[in-house]
Design a protein. Structure first.
Length: 149
């Protein structure tokens, strides 16, 4: 793996964590959204990530397998965003304007404490990728000054 690949790997990590932050923010923003039915209620969303293998990016490279779990990694990609299948919160609020005919209102299956922990984790992961990029940049600058005296 060359030093230049580090920027691609850290960049893909930053993109993934940015999407994770946006998804978490959406979940928190909709945590108290009421609905009159289970079909129209907001459901918590989580991104699904997968590692990109270097051999999949460069199939002509020798010695790195056929794109399976062999060889060095080349970053991360978003496979998709899944909706949680956890049960929705059903509250009896007959005076609520969004209540169904039985007086129940459905609230999302968002756990705000879990979402805040997820937000902190993704924020720190994003920052770690920034630190990796800054370190690689510093190393490249030092390499350029090796011949100077």
């Amino acid at each position: 793996m060359s030093l230049g690949n580090i920027f691609d790997i850290a960049g893909s990590g930053m993109t993934a964590q940015s999407l994770r932050l946006n998804t978490t923010a959406s979940n928190i923003a909709n945590a108290e959204t009421a609905s009159s039915s289970t079909d129209s209620a907001y459901r918590a969303r989580k991104p699904v990530f997968a590692a990109i293998q270097q051999a999949m990016l460069n199939p002509d490279q020798q010695g790195f397998g056929t794109g399976s779990a062999e060889g060095p990694g080349a970053g991360v990609r978003v496979e998709g965003i899944l909706e949680s299948d956890a049960e929705l919160q059903m509250r009896y609020e007959p005076n609520h304007p969004g209540a169904n005919e039985d007086g129940y209102v459905f609230y999302p299956n968002v756990n705000v404490v879990e979402e805040m922990a997820d937000m902190m984790s993704s924020s720190r992961s994003f920052q770690m990728n920034v630190d990796v990029m800054n370190t690689a940049k510093s190393m490249m600058q030092r390499i350029l000054t090796l011949g100077q005296q």
